[in-house]
Design a protein around this ligand. Structure first.
Ligand SMILES: Nc1ncnc2c1ncn2[C@@H]1O[C@H](COP(=O)(O)OP(=O)(O)OP(=O)(O)O)[C@@H](O)[C@H]1O
Length: 579
């Protein structure tokens, strides 16, 4: 693979901690991040986890925020050796950083009093002022504040994202009355200083000062983006089947997103995720109402904003998926997440058994989306993608230990992932919310890699959570028994997705496995383990079952006969496992 991509950073080629006595010769590979290419030496026998650790040591990017991609495939298994993924001398690895949308902000007054806030990097300065007002009532008069950056007044509308271009940093604010401001951008962190007067200090006529300091390595001033005024937009649901009426709550989501755009509240691109994910705001701009994921910005798609190369053969980042089909799969996951009372078109209920947020296919036009080849307000630039309800949350499951999750919450996710053969269930794709009673609710998101046409990349982080070892409750067993893969395929067709035969087979086989598993009293762990590979090169039990059935496949055999064979092979394998 060619590496003449851009300037090569002058960092050390050799890693610190490289064992000198190492018997295996190191290989030279190239790491690209933000279009900067860094040569690095690693051992072919290094695991993905140790390569990530080296990247953390060298570049400071926290391991769990790293996603490595090579040859169009995510190097998702941390315990796998890089040579098992086929990485060799001279190859290029793409590093995608999943930055947190939350910034940690410390506001300090001149008297040294400190307040701490977690503020979304897409919030503006005005929003922070409101938070300060609530928290610091009585000693900070925000009416008198003026915030400046680089000697320019910081408008209330300016987003922290535009101030803090680097990683998920800590932001220090000091409030004063002077308008002198200095700003220095930094690589990972941004340190803002905003000094405020407490009432007794106001009399000394000291003013407000915002300083941006920190990171010694870079000195370029921050460019605060001056957004042009809104130039038009478009948002419309796509219904392939004109007989389908969108349920009222879906219209609410679409309409409030539309109103937000109409009021000029621009889509905000998430810092997390490998594809383009945009938070859509309501008409006041104070709330997020939906999340738009355009097809052409998916990982490996032509307009991916994270610098990932285009797929060469059309395969997506996970085996058995196609680039440009993520939105379809997102919608399919919602459509098939039936409420306990039955399919949504009958029950009309918003949230299904597993809690997938309401999702529809839309077309949307806005200049804020990624248009690397220029933008014009024309139908040529309309993007098609999934629009999903924004779910208020307190973070994702990577942020906290799984011990606090209720068993039923983990089980509902396991049911979804097994039947959809989800190839992207890492803990970051489960949001959590603390309910009023202190209970934790899990919200599964990001289903663009479900229903692959092969099981190779299925991985479930919950497999290693203690709740996965608990048996399913009778209610969950009833729900599983009510599932019908044939009806599901019909429902998808009704919604406009004539699912390819191989993906339909995945749905049939995984639903079959789930049902046969619970009949034998298997736990989510036992069923999930059958579906996931233990390591990269060892086929999973489900893959072995399919191969065995394939071997007895006769020319001209109908799909139904093939499934019958799979069923028999599966029975005998499961019976052995049950012994
Ligand atoms: N429905 C939702 N409600 C609230 N936040 C959401 C929702 N969907 C996505 N997000 C936020 O947007 C971020 C990026 O979304 P998402 O994970 O779907 O993108 P992606 O590019 O597919 O990511 P990944 O790298 O995990 O494949 C998530 O980490 C989450 O914080």
């Amino acid at each position: 693979m060619s590496v003449a991509l851009s300037s090569i950073s002058k960092e050390r080629v050799y890693w610190e901690g490289q064992p000198e006595h190492c018997s295996v010769d190191p290989i030279l590979i190239y790491l690209t991040v933000d279009s900067v290419v860094t040569p690095m030496r690693v051992l072919e026998s290094d695991s993905i986890a140790s390569v990530k650790l080296r990247i953390q040591q060298c570049k400071g990017f926290v391991v769990k925020k790293q996603k490595l991609v090579f040859g169009g495939r995510e190097l998702a298994r941390n315990d796998t050796l890089i040579r098992e993924y086929g990485v060799g001398e001279g190859n290029v690895l793409h590093l995608v950083l999943r930055l947190s949308d939350l910034l940690f902000i410390v506001v300090r007054t001149v008297s040294g009093k400190e307040f701490e806030f977690h503020v979304d990097r897409h919030r503006n300065v005005g929003y922070l002022k409101q938070r300060i007002r609530k928290k610091g009532e009585g000693f900070i008069d925000l009416e008198e504040q003026e915030l400046f950056c680089n000697e320019e007044k910081l408008d209330d509308q300016i987003l922290f994202h535009d101030i803090c271009k680097g990683g998920d940093g800590v932001v220090h604010l000091i409030i004063k009355k002077s308008v002198k401001v200095r700003a220095t951008p930094i690589h990972n962190d941004l340190n803002l200083s905003l000094e405020a007067l407490i009432p007794s200090e106001r009399s000394d006529q000291r003013g407000l000062q915002l300083q941006v300091e920190e990171n010694k390595n870079r000195s370029k001033p921050i460019q605060i983006a001056k957004l042009p005024p809104g130039v038009g937009f478009w948002l419309e649901p796509i219904a392939v089947n004109p007989n389908i009426n969108f349920l009222p709550f879906l219209w609410d989501m679409i309409n409030s997103t539309y109103e937000g755009l109409k009021k000029g509240n621009r889509p905000i691109r998430s810092s997390e995720g490998t594809g383009g994910t945009y938070f859509m705001q309501n008409s006041t701009g104070q709330e997020r109402v939906s999340v738009f994921k355009p097809l052409d910005e998916e990982p490996m798609a032509v307009n991916n904003p994270r610098g990932l190369p285009c797929s060469l053969n059309g395969e997506g980042l996970k085996r058995g998926t196609r680039v440009g089909e993520g939105a379809l799969r997102e919608v399919a996951a919602y459509v098939l997440d039936h409420p306990r009372s039955g399919p949504r078109l009958v029950s009309g209920e918003e949230i299904g058994f597993s809690g997938v947020p309401p999702t529809v296919m839309v077309q949307c036009l806005h200049q804020e989306f990624h248009h690397p080849n220029g933008y014009a307000c024309s139908s040529k630039h309309i993007k098609i993608g999934s629009l999903q309800k924004f779910m208020n949350n307190d973070g994702n499951c990577e942020d906290i230990g799984p011990g606090v999750f209720p068993v039923e919450e983990v089980h509902k996710i396991s049911v979804l992932d097994i039947r959809m053969a989800n190839a992207d269930r890492h803990a970051g794709n489960i949001l959590f919310r603390k309910e009023a009673a202190g209970q934790i609710k899990l919200i599964p998101i990001d289903h663009g890699y479900c229903l692959p046409d092969k099981f190779e990349d299925c991985t479930f982080d919950w497999l290693y959570w203690p709740q996965a070892l608990q048996p399913y409750s009778p209610e969950t067993i009833d729900y599983i028994n009510s599932l019908d893969a044939e009806k599901d395929i019909e429902i998808l067709k009704h919604y406009g997705w004539d699912i390819p035969q191989e993906c339909a087979r995945t749905l049939r086989v995984s639903t079959m496995l789930l049902k046969k598993g619970i009949k034998r009293g298997f736990t989510p762990y036992a069923i999930g383990s059958i579906m996931c590979r233990e390591n990269l090169n060892k086929e999973s039990v489900i893959e072995e079952i399919l191969s065995e059935a394939q071997d007895s496949l006769l020319p001209g055999m109908e799909e139904s006969e093939f499934l019958e064979t799979i069923s028999q092979v599966m029975d005998s394998r499961l019976d052995k496992l049950a012994q």
